[in-house]
Design a protein around this ligand. Sequence first.
Ligand code: FEO
Ligand code: CA
Ligand code: CA
Length: 647
Amino acid sequence: MTCKYRCGDACFHEIPNTSDNPTFREVVNARVSRRNALKAGGLSAAVLGLASLGTAAPAAAAPKNPGGGLFTAIAPTPRTVDNVTVPGGFTWEPIISWGDPITTEAPEFDFWNQSADAQQVQAGYNADYVTLIRNGNGGNKAVLVFNNEYTNDELMFEVGGSDELTDEQLRIIMAAHGMTVVNVRRQNKHEAWEYVRSGASNRRIHTWTPFTVDGPAAGHEAMRTSQDPTGALVLGTLNNCAGGVTPWGTVLSGEENFNQYFDTTGAPDPDQKLARYGLTSGGRGWERVEDRFHVATEPHEVNRFGWIVEVDPSDPTSTPVKHTALGRFKHEGANVIIADSGHVVAYMGDDERHDYIYKFVSKNKHRKGNGHREHNKALLSEGDLYVAKFVGDGMEDGEWDGTGSWLPLVVDGTSHVPGWTVEEVLIWTRQAADLVGPTKMDRPEDVEPNLTNGRIYAALTNNSQRVDLDEANPRLGNKHGHVIEMSEDGNDHTGLTFHWRIVLLAGDPSDPSAYFLGYDREDVSPISCPDNVAFDPQGNLWISTDGQPGTLGNSDGLYLYPVRGREAGHLQQFLSVPVGAECCGPYIDLDDNTVLAAVQHPGEVSGASPANPVSTYPYSGHGQPRPGVFHAFRPRKPRPPRGGHRG
Ligand code: FEO
Ligand code: CA
Ligand code: CA
């Protein structure tokens, strides 16, 4: 179930990147690095993961000295626990869950009587990205925005598989994808955030919401369909995974595993433009209710997904935008920083085994002040696109580090890919990038700049098929994943070169191939499969995970990870999520007593069904699992979480 819905069985299909990157020179360098690593004092084969292939990690233990000041780290939670676990002194409450009505007229959620009409005015399913927009709302009012990445059809309905879904059930599923925006409020800093059913900002974006397409590829022949001869108006956004807030208050969201919604039966693919995006298998039945999801019938519709979208939560009537200037791939998300020059730079990952890290540099400059909002909202419409190449400096220094370069794909409105037009580079970015020699990475998830120091952090979640090692992807069959820190040379985010180092090789601390910046292993929490990264206002790095039940036997969770100073490497687990769920979001501001995270796909365990639910989140006792967003906070007086659900 996990593989089918979460990423469209991505691990079961062949790696779509069959290009011969890395180049011969890089492979030679990697081999030299590996040999040096094996020779270097204190670095053994195990450090490179040679010993970790196929072996189960020992049972995880609680950190011996969980200190650190902000909270006391929790012990790892066994994966069968159906609860949110928070540190001592904290409690948690659900804010909003799948199906909660977001207008006063919207029907109350009724699991056994769902409808597509109701779902369009109820919170969507499986939140991945979560953020809180505070600007101008005072301390106890805000706007909550979260993505609804995918659905667990077999937990929503009592069906044996996609082929048993009725047309109405398929439409409910389509309406449960997209994004949700709601006003939230709290009585004071010591109470839980609650969503406002009648909030003026409330909005659902789903599979039928109109999006404008902008940037160089808008209107291109390959973007036109029988429904949209302009090639510039798309219905819906799909598989929205991570995201980011812009300095002008909009939300960016990545269309990730969009391939799974399209049925390619009978569709020719002479130049592998479908296969390179993982479009090799049948869809999820959506083509039964809408022809556009049948590639042979409507060949260009698939080109209209796989973009970064921008939503303005301040105006629920605004038309969201798909930005073609940022390229088309399985976008995990996008996070921006304003360079010293004023240009806006977006960092992005393409989440597939052996795919790449990208950045976009806007043509125009950011302007400060609310009066320039419309100007700033157009910054991602035009600019340069680059893809990253990482070169290691060898392991003699005992560190996984080196230099990097941003290889141009589109600069000053000109394609840098021989024989490809700008529009072709942007629509089939994966294949264009293959031609310029970037580094194949271990599934780039969130890539986010730390706004307090300009360093960029990339979560490489895992790669079961890593066989060609390089210093930036140094573990065979990388089961637990790692985190890379990138520093633009001269802190110039528009520049073409950077330095990098690995700051975390995830795993159980007792696993010799794990690396925590040299911190005492007895004092760090076990971690695996880093997915979302985020920074609190003080600039601390936080990491949430997706996959630990399968790799360490623990529930997924949220971690604080200092990367500099005396505490560098002191990984501390803050919370864990219920059985079957991945931990998403997150949004962290401990000074404001606000940690928001999503419980995505609670109860997603093989064999689970409405007749046999494995999780009852957010209910205590019994109920069907409902993915949602919760608030972890310190109440004024210690108290247990409020049982059951409120909405
Ligand atoms: Fe939707 Fe790459 O996680
Ligand atoms: Ca090195
Ligand atoms: Ca993710």
